[in-house]
Each structure stands twice: as C-alpha cells, then as structure tokens.
Ligand binder design. Structure first.
Ligand code: KMT
Ligand code: NI
Length: 179
C-alpha cells in the first residue's frame, strides 16, 4: 500500500525520504480530502488490465503516453528534474501511473505543510487541478510512468504563486468544504 508522511524541513538531498522523527503518517482518507485519489493496479499487465480500462473510461482519461525518467533516457534530464521539483499547479488533473521504479509526489496539506507520497510500481494517483505539488526521483533514481489526460494533453506548470487562476480558487473552495 502506498505510504505518505509529513516532511521535515531539512535542506538535505530532495531524494531522501525527509521523514519527521517520529514519523507522521498520512492516510489515504486524508489525501482524499485534499482531492488526491489513489489506485493500486497490476503494472505488469497494464496493456490489458480491465481495472485500468475502467478507470480510464469512468474518468475520461482518453490520452496516455509513457515517460521514463533516467539520466540516459530523458532528454535534458537535470533541467527537467529541477522543473519537476519546483512547486507548481496545473489547470487540469495530473494523473500518473508508476509502471516501474519509484519516486515522490509532494503535495501541500491544508495547513501548507508538505506531504510526501512514496509512489512505487503499480501505484496510480491523480492530483486535482489547482493543488500545489512537485515531483522528485528518490534514491533509486528511476521512474517509468504512464501519463494520462482528459483530451489533448497540456503539461504547462504554473509555478507558485499561481493563486489568481480560477482552478486554484475552485480547489480551495472544494477542500474547505471537504470533511
Ligand atoms: C510532472 O509533471 O511533474 C511529471 O511528469 C513528473 C514525472 S511523472 C512520474
Ligand atoms: Ni505537476
């Protein structure tokens, strides 16, 4: 099962776990209140998996591609990793399904603390439009992920501050009323 925790604020390497001492775990229910949805899927059979097909159908995830984040396979690797780790939001959902390797998605809690979500093979997540977040590789230095999208993909990241977007305002309203 996917693990998530509140991060410490040490400035050490972003790829280390950054757990508090003692650890402060975050449950899937808490993530759901932030609009973050999670599924566990069979990554070895993603091409024929009916569970994935059902999620895609229900949520309208018509577009898919695969990104491999490794220094030998990703063009402009260092630069992209820096961009991924800058706090940002999107005007649409960010949907990622880890097919191999692992990595961390960090999302802002209601109180602005960072929550680190440790994603591994078979983990699929969707981050809602308007949530501030970032991504980093972990110490395994490798992620292969399916990127999904509703319609024609727009990968534009709006770095914080991006509070003027409607989706940000809508997001804040939504999580304010989540109990
Ligand atoms: C993003 O938008 O931050 C990414 O695509 C991160 C890599 S996908 C595991
Ligand atoms: Ni993003």
């Amino acid at each position: 099962m996917v693990e998530a925790w509140y991060m410490d604020d040490s400035s050490e390497d972003q790829r280390t776990p950054h757990r508090l001492e003692p650890n402060m775990a975050v449950s899937l229910e808490e993530l759901e209140k932030l609009g973050v949805l999670y599924w566990k899927l069979d990554a070895d059979n993603y091409e024929t998996d009916p569970k994935l097909a059902k999620i895609r159908e229900e949520r309208g995830y018509s577009y898919v591609d695969i990104i491999e984040i490794h220094k030998d396979t990703l063009p402009n690797y260092e630069e992209k990793l820096k961009i991924f780790y800058m706090e940002h939001l999107h005007l649409d959902e960010e949907i990622r399904y880890i097919l191999d390797g692992s990595g961390y998605f960090d999302v802002r809690a209601k109180d602005e603390k960072w929550i680190r979500i440790a994603m591994e093979k078979g983990d699929m997540i969707t981050l809602p439009a308007g949530i501030y977040h970032r991504f980093t590789l972990d110490q395994n230095n490798y992620t292969k992920a399916m990127r999904l999208f509703v319609g024609e993909p727009v990968w534009t990241a709006h770095n914080r501050p991006a509070d003027h977007f409607d989706c940000r305002k809508e997001y804040l309203n939504k999580i304010a009323s989540a109990v």
